[in-house]
Write a protein that binds this ligand. Structure first.
Ligand code: HEM
Length: 449
């Protein structure tokens, strides 16, 4: 499919004062958004191979500098104080409280992150494994063996698992679909540059967003008390205030934070679960090996992925091949130099966080589904960039990994996925890396014990 080579960006030094080259295979002034959406995994790789780790592109009429490749990742990681999150993530402030975590900088960000972090400790999340597993099984039982759209199914499974861990109960029927729509529209708006304000001003968008906030606010107020001797829910762990996070969270901030956790899982975690079902269905040999390892999968006995190398390798390979967000927006808080070019403060930047996933010299035969590569070289998981890096690295990664594990293991061990039509493995970008088909119809058929 695509070919990559080892050539890095810093081998060619530009003349002083020159600007990074353009990679813009789309329309002259409007740019290459459609080309990216059609080929989200290969588009920036082509730009990198032609131009190196810093180039420019146009998207919807706006010029962006693109940072891509291992040297760029290292540069971004080493200069974590360079990035202005309030500027790059202004779209979040337009939709949520001005204390919304991803758009905070410096000390306010550190204080708030410290307060939220206990809810995402792996050991803490493991205590909620039985509840999340129960939510997954209820969702599958609810299908009654009928055909369903696996995209919506995966989203709703993740929403239910998140709900029981954070609030001990599921949200009312229909709120999961409203959350999925909110996230879809939120990300769509974020990709529209300055046109996003018009998009977010649509009454239908605002109505749905407010409906989600109201439903979460009600669920928060009414959440059941912990059972005697049971673990505290994750919300309780986010509340203690040692004074390091000021001001302490008010009711609106709490609702928006909890919405953030639902939204992130609804789109991104569910995409990994969906892609895993698709890849496994197309690789019966690996599926058989995985099933051999899972045996009679029992989540109650699960203590970590170390005991399940094939399951771990499956998850890593799906995350590698279908990173939900291949790129992330950044903005520098001061001028900086990279690859011999100077980039001015405030320049809109696209950071291709997952480019290494598709570089031949990082992962051989990179466009092929071959989970065994993570058994041969377990340490290569360190090259995965899908959760970002630095002080803003994904807070929800441990939760995402546990939910992916539960869903992929339970479905692979106990169900055959009978697709109505043979699904394609081709991807497009729609706020998240997603299959080409608008819906992926299939039945989950219980395997004989
Ligand atoms: C496969 C699933 C997921 C992927 C690929 C993903 C990816 C990302 C990425 C790329 C970032 C930005 C990192 C950076 O700026 O360097 C991020 C931030 C974040 N993610 Fe995730 N995420 C996922 C699931 C989740 C889940 C399930 C939650 C919560 C329940 C979550 C909560 C967050 C939060 C709160 C931030 C902002 C952190 C901060 O600014 O300090 N994510 N995520």
């Amino acid at each position: 499919m695509h070919k990559s080579s080892a050539s890095g960006p810093d081998s060619r030094k530009p003349a002083a004062g020159s600007t990074p080259p353009f990679f813009n295979p789309g329309l002259p002034f409007w740019g290459s958004r459609a080309e990216f959406n059609r080929d989200p995994l290969g588009f920036y790789l082509k730009g990198y191979l032609l131009n190196g780790g810093l180039f420019r592109t146009i998207q919807l009429g706006q010029t962006y500098h693109v940072l891509a490749g291992p040297e760029a990742n290292e540069f971004v990681r080493r200069h974590s104080d360079l990035w202005d999150y309030a500027l790059a993530r202004a779209h979040f402030r337009e939709n949520f409280s001005d204390r919304y975590l991803p758009q905070l900088n410096g000390t306010p960000h550190q204080g708030k992150r410290r307060r939220l972090s206990p809810a995402f400790e792996p050991a803490t999340l493991m205590r909620h494994l039985p509840a999340m597993s129960g939510a997954l099984e209820r969702r599958i039982d609810g299908l009654g063996g009928a055909p369903t759209d696996l995209r919506a199914f995966a989203r709703n499974v993740v929403t239910s698992m998140t709900s029981v861990a954070f609030m001990r109960s599921d949200l009312p029927p229909g709120v999961d679909d409203a959350i999925a729509l909110f996230e879809h529209d939120l990300l769509r708006g974020a990709s529209l540059g300055s046109l996003r304000r018009l998009w977010y001003a649509r009454p239908s968008y605002r109505r749905n967003r407010d409906h989600v906030f109201a439903a979460i606010g009600k669920a928060l107020a009414e959440r059941p008390r912990p059972a005697e001797g049971g673990p505290p829910d994750l919300i309780a762990l986010m509340l203690p205030d040692d004074g390091s996070d000021t001001p302490p969270p008010g009711p609106e901030e709490m609702v928006h934070d909890v919405a953030m956790f639902y939204l992130a899982g609804s789109d991104a975690t569910s995409a990994i679960i969906l892609w895993a079902m698709l890849f496994l269905a197309r690789d019966p040999e690996w599926l058989a090996e995985l099933r051999g390892e899972l045996g009679a999968w029992d989540p109650a006995r699960f203590t970590g992925l170390a005991e399940f190398p094939k399951l771990r390798a499956t998850i890593m390979e799906v995350e590698r091949l279908r990173p939900p967000f291949p790129t992330f927006g950044r903005a520098p808080s001061r001028d900086f130099e990279f690859g011999g070019y100077t980039v001015a403060k405030g320049t809109p930047i696209i950071h291709v966080i997952s480019l290494c996933h598709f570089m031949e010299d990082v992962f051989s035969d990179p466009f092929r589904f071959r989970p065994a590569r993570f058994i041969e070289r377990p340490e290569s998981a360190r090259q995965l960039g899908l959760f970002g890096s630095g002080p803003h690295t994904c807070l929800g990664q441990p939760l995402a990994r546990i939910q992916e594990t539960l869903a992929i293991a339970h479905i692979a061990a106990n169900y055959d996925v009978a697709f109505t039509e043979r699904p394609s493995l081709e991807a497009k970008f729609e706020g998240v890396t997603t299959p080409l088909q608008a819906s992926v119809q299939a039945r989950l058929v219980r395997r004989r014990a």
